[in-house]
Design a protein around this ligand. Structure first.
Ligand code: ZN
Length: 451
């Protein structure tokens, strides 16, 4: 198929693709424990229908160990052609109205800006729509081998990682397309090539062996929470750079993230600074960033008494730069917290988790073809390389299962999509262009294999 045929095909199918996506958004597929299972199964069934409507046979895949099934489909590669794996997920984050939703999250609503609003419209039900649409361009019979995996537990405890580890041969592919990303600005194509990793630990500070009257003993006797705050405060300098020594970091080599856009997207209040000495792209994608995500042992304001606290705990999380060893970065963080407690207080630091960052292997044919395909799909606009501050541990597992595979990370989750937040949305044009890009990528890979 040539470019104009692919574009015409994508254009023609869009009304149906959007109807299918809208139906998918109505199913509140939160796979977290405690949420009703029926909508998750209904979403699974709808994804099956979307691929069947594309002319591509899929089945229910039991990922073993309980949990929700994935959607799986596979066709062998024609002689000499590569195999492309298409990944997405149909489960979503919860969408409590208190987040600030202005429309019902489970009623897909198209607003004047042309975007469809609803939980999961972007993350990552749009990925299922893009993959189904891509196969539909070829009438379900693309000129490469295809493996489709749309899982239902990406946002919660996923059984897919263990399944991939136990069945690596099923996931062998030359190219993995992960449609769970997006452009920074709608209409400007990007390829995501690196993701930060994520480590966490808890830190506990003890100062006295029982609570004390804060008037009788306050002054000479240190309070545990005050000591904890002083300790946590050593993680950053005055400009908000994380200053744990020895952490891996580098300057982001690709496109930057414009300051006005980060202010708008993050809702940064007017006088609040944008932190860091490096560029925003670097601060988001290639520098470590520590944050405190929970505190224990401190009464809430309503229960506050005049008491010196004997013990206080915090959970510290840190995003780590691509290329860093998560265990090593966590060890540096933990040692730093142990060494920097003030006033000789007792400190105990415990490991919670260390997940890998990700760097897409460079220099392969699929990455080059993807850049070409994105340029074609976006009418000649040059695609740029960006990172992602979030982490997808599955990518490292897929890489181990299929060494040498190339990874193409893209999708319709542009910065305005506000995934995981209120009023999540997707622009149908992004879905259409991503269908075109993926179909052109597949065609280019097939053509290259034939030449
Ligand atoms: Zn996602």
């Amino acid at each position: 198929m040539d470019e104009s045929q692919v574009k015409a095909s994508a254009r023609a199918m869009m009304p149906e693709i959007i109807d299918e996506l809208a139906e998918l958004v109505t199913h509140a597929s939160c796979a977290f424990p405690g949420f009703p299972p029926e909508p998750v199964h209904a979403a699974h069934a709808q994804v099956m229908r979307m691929f069947e409507n594309a002319g591509f046979a899929v089945e229910e895949l039991d990922l073993e160990g309980g949990g929700y099934p994935a959607v799986w489909g596979e066709i062998p590669a024609p002689e000499g052609a590569p195999t492309v794996l298409l990944y997405g997920h149909y489960d979503v984050q919860p969408a409590p109205m208190e987040q600030g939703w202005t429309t019902d999250p489970w009623t897909p609503t198209v607003k004047d800006d042309g975007r469809m609003y609803g939980r999961g419209a972007a993350d990552d039900k749009s990925g299922a729509a893009i993959h189904a649409g891509t196969l539909r361009v070829f009438g379900g019979k693309p000129p490469v081998g295809i493996k489709v995996i749309i899982e239902g537990e990406e946002e919660t405890l996923s059984h897919l990682e263990a399944y991939v580890e136990n069945h690596p041969e099923r996931f062998k592919a030359d190219c993995m397309i992960i449609a769970d990303m997006g452009n920074i600005e709608c209409g400007l194509p990007v390829l995501t090539t690196m993701l930060r990793g994520h480590v966490q630990c808890t830190v506990e500070v003890r100062t006295i062996d029982h609570p004390l009257h804060s008037g009788v003993f306050g002054g000479p006797v240190p309070d545990a929470f005050v000591a904890l705050m002083r300790l946590l405060n050593t993680l950053w300098d005055d400009r908000g750079n994380t200053i744990v020594p020895g952490l891996h970091k580098f300057d982001w080599p690709g496109a930057d993230y414009p300051e006005p856009l980060v202010r708008e997207m993050a809702g940064v209040l007017p006088a609040v600074h944008i932190n860091g000495d490096a560029s925003i792209g670097s601060m988001l994608w290639s520098q470590p960033n520590a944050t405190v995500i929970g505190i224990d042992g401190v009464p809430c304001i309503a229960d506050a008494g005049n008491v010196l606290l004997p013990v206080a705990r915090a959970k510290v999380a840190m995003r780590i730069a691509p290329g860093a060893d998560p265990k090593a970065e966590l060890a540096k963080l933990m040692a730093y917290l142990e060494e920097n407690a003030p006033w000789g207080v007792q400190v105990e630091v415990n490991e919670v988790k260390a997940s890998d960052a990700f760097m897409a292997p460079k220099g392969g044919p699929a990455m080059a073809a993807a850049m070409d395909a994105l340029r074609d799909a976006y009418d000649g606009i040059e695609p740029s390389e960006v990172g992602s501050g979030g982490s997808i541990p599955l990518l490292e597992t897929l890489m181990k299962a299929s060494p040498g595979a190339e990874f193409i990370l893209l999708g319709a989750e542009d910065a305005k999509a506000n995934i995981h937040g209120a009023n999540e949305s997707v622009h149908p044009d992004e879905i259409e262009r991503m269908i075109v890009a993926q179909a052109l990528l597949i065609q280019k890979l097939a053509d290259a294999a034939r030449d």
